[in-house]
Design a protein around this ligand. Structure first.
Ligand code: 3H9
Length: 692
């Protein structure tokens, strides 16, 4: 065994084996590229070598370019193209032996081998799009040459990981190797290539599929149209499409030039910077600064849920999906029956769409027990309360739970605003109490805010994070404050949206601007969807707010066919003259000097106060890091991932600008809108929120 460099070895022989070992994922860092380029050159020049196998140590084949290198100055090292050339132009057959994942640059390297073998558990894909990128090392030109344009479009714009068996069927992999015996199988395959005198296949030279695809130029327009909603706002999917179009219509080398140009544009742009930041943020969020990794994890084999309403039902489904039995408790038989019925119906709908079998439905329902007695939760390891959002009711529930739950059970509240410490105070075991704030619909939304109280034990925190992972959520650990991270920041946006409405913008103007910013919908469309009458009371309504006035006219949102907007049968929204008239009268009654707003002003007013609130949250230590806040907003509130979250966005705008704007706002609307100390200091120091 010969050491090529610190991450690469070469075993010479008739079948030379180049082994890469660069934990954690063999990403194509400078040293990996240097090692590979030198390894392939050495094997090429070795007269005894007849074929070359590339294999990786550790959990995976090459998982892509080293994302941490993007945005940093180039080094003197071998480029990825040097590595690929050393493989593709090698005078000996090169076989890539794939286990784990061959992703992005990793697959692009493998596609420069003349053949590929993979174990059945391996997966291959070009997930660059999820980092706001496109495969920049020939992937967009080589992939379509194997799988055709239609399949390539799907793969590069979704970033899907294709299992080895499917990859074999598509021609991306030439042979499957027995699990656990990849090295021997790859060597045997290399010998077969030699014995059968198989050619050195260069994918770049195979234009057959491209010539065929040229006959169907319409597939590109059709693909764009079919995916317009999904791709809205993102640059990378469109750039990926353009590259596949180039693969079909241009010679390989010309296509590569298009790919390079578009790759450089993306990799130096804001969207990819945001999406790369989010990639790391999603991994950081699990790392808890003051909860050591070896903290004892409590067993969670049985879950209790109190409340079979929309929230309780959705929460239960998460655990049932993960194979964990749930007992759900309600106060009346009718409510319980309704709740259980909704869960069953949800599963059956999923089954009808082909995403579950009826057997799966029954298996999940078989894990669910309904009960009218809280005492049935005595053996649950985790109990989640999802009752009405009212402190007195929550305290009563927790007082009862204290008497019923077994020692060490985790007692969680799904409160979205209330003080978890006060709730914990209703028990004699505040160390076992935590907030688990699910987002609606709880079986769908990825976010979970894990709210630690003053007394919550580290074991309870660590277990909650782990269970979140188990049920497929992304969890952010936050501290107790009104509305925690997400709703606390949301209220800033809502208040400003209301204020701007009063000052002169119409709901549809504000909604349009926030929709174009990348949110799934604006605040007024959202209110209409949720129902304007949440918390409104017909008897006590005095028409003091616009909401009161709308509700009094029975404009209570989508469900009544009218709210801020008018809705047609298909629930399409139209600006409403009735609402416009109400607003104008409302402004007149308040004596407001109406003015117009630019789109930029609307963004400043709605978004900058959120950035400020996020900075306050950090200042108060209610979140561990800015990127956790961004995770909350991306996964719980539809913040567009290509803008990286509110904190990252603040950096993109420039913190000085944010501070100036908030200072002006504070002069108009009062000190509570003034930039907080942390924001001002960070701006003055030329720092970045996203690095805090
Ligand atoms: C690309 O290839 C561009 C090309 O077209 C060429 C252009 C010229 N770089 O996810 P995990 C770290 S773009 C640097 O927890 P898993 C990760 O941060 C790239 N670091 O493990 C984590 O660090 P830590 C295209 C990376 O087993 C650790 O590795 N490729 C990279 O759950 C473990 O990661 C991709 O987009 C990287 N490329 O999942 C694939 N990848 O322990 C990105 C990971 O300090 N990677 N790290 O937190 C993945 O999807 C998953 O990591 C993978 C393993 C499925 C491989």
């Amino acid at each position: 065994m010969e050491t090529i460099n610190e991450v690469t070895t070469l075993e010479r022989g008739e079948i030379a084996v180049i082994t890469l070992n660069s934990p954690p994922v063999n990403a194509l860092s400078a040293k990996v590229r240097n090692g590979l380029a030198a390894g392939f050159k050495a094997a090429d020049e070795d007269p005894q070598t007849k074929a070359i196998v590339l294999i990786c140590e550790g959990r995976t084949f090459i998982a892509g370019a080293d994302i941490t290198e993007f945005g940093k100055p180039a080094t003197e090292s071998a480029s990825l193209f040097d590595v690929q050339k050393a493989m593709e132009d090698n005078s000996k057959p090169v076989i890539a032996a794939i286990h784990g994942t061959a992703l992005g640059g990793g697959l692009e390297v493998a596609l420069c081998a003349h053949y590929r073998v993979a174990v059945p558990s391996a997966k291959v894909g070009l997930p660059e799009v999820n980092l706001g990128l496109l495969p920049g090392a020939g992937g967009t030109q080589r992939l379509p040459r194997i799988v055709g344009a239609a399949k390539a479009l799907e793969m590069v714009t979704s970033g899907q990981h294709v299992p080895a068996k499917a990859a074999l069927a598509m021609g991306l992999v030439d042979e499957l190797a027995p699990e656990g015996d990849l090295r021997n199988a790859a060597i045997a395959f290399a010998k077969k290539v030699l014995a059968e005198k198989r050619p050195l296949v260069k994918i770049r030279d195979n234009d057959a599929k491209m010539i065929e695809d040229r006959k169907h130029p319409e597939i590109f327009a059709e693909f764009r149209k079919a995916n317009a909603r999904k791709f809205r706002g993102f640059l990378a999917p469109e750039y990926n499409i353009q590259c596949v179009e180039a693969a079909v219509n241009l010679p390989f080398d010309e296509g590569i030039k298009v790919e390079r140009k578009l790759f450089v544009e993306l990799v130096t742009g804001t969207q990819s910077a945001a999406q790369r930041y989010v990639f790391f943020a999603e991994r950081q969020v699990w790392k808890l600064p003051d909860v050591p990794e070896d903290t004892a994890i409590l067993p969670v084999a049985k879950v209790g849920v109190i409340g079979a309403g929309t929230m309780g039902g959705g929460i239960s489904m998460n655990f049932l999906n993960a194979g964990i039995p749930v007992t759900i408790v309600e106060t009346s038989a009718a409510a319980l029956e309704r709740g259980l019925g909704v869960i069953r119906k949800n599963y059956e709908t999923t089954a009808k769409r082909g995403r579950l079998t009826m057997e799966d439905v029954e298996k999940r329902m078989g894990l669910l027990t309904g009960s009218l007695e809280m005492t049935d939760l005595g053996d649950a390891d985790l109990i989640i309360e999802a009752v009405f959002e009212n402190m007195d009711i929550k305290k009563e529930v927790f007082g009862k739970l204290d008497a019923i739950a077994k020692p060490g059970a985790i007692l969680a509240s799904n409160t979205s605003y209330l003080n978890v410490d006060e709730i914990a105070g209703a028990t004699g075991r505040p160390e076992s109490v935590i907030g688990l704030h699910f987002f609606s619909p709880a079986n769908v939304m990825r976010l979970l805010e894990v709210v630690r109280g003053d007394a919550t034990s580290k074991s309870v925190i660590a277990t909650s994070m782990q269970i979140a992972k188990k049920i497929g959520k992304i969890a952010a650990l936050v501290g107790v404050c009104h509305g925690f991270v997400g709703n606390r920041m949301l209220s800033m946006r809502q208040r400003q949206a209301q204020a701007i409405l009063l000052e002169g913008a119409m709901p549809w103007d504000i909604d349009r601007v926030l929709y174009d910013f990348g949110f799934p919908m604006g605040p007024f469309a959202m209110s209409d969807l949720a129902g304007l009458d949440i918390g409104w009371n017909k008897e006590t309504s005095k028409g003091e707010t616009l909401r009161d006035q709308l509700c009094e006219l029975d404009r209570r949102g989508q469900k009544t066919g009218a709210g801020f907007y008018d809705y047609d049968e298909a629930r399409n929204a139209k600006p409403s003259p009735v609402t416009a008239d109400l607003i104008e009268k409302f402004r007149a009654a308040k004596g407001v000097n109406v003015r117009s707003f630019t789109d930029e002003e609307i963004i400043e007013r709605c978004i900058y106060p959120m950035i400020n609130e996020g900075a306050k949250i950090l200042q108060e230590g209610k979140a561990s890091r800015a990127s956790d806040i961004d995770i909350v907003w991306i996964n719980g509130y539809g913040w567009p991932v290509y803008r990286g979250g509110p904190m990252f966005y603040g950096d993109t705008v420039g913190l000085k600008k944010v501070v100036e704007s908030l200072t002006r706002l504070a002069k108009e609307m009062g000190d509570e809108w003034a930039p907080c100390e942390l924001l001002v200091k960070t701006a003055e120091a030329g720092g970045k929120l996203s690095e805090l």
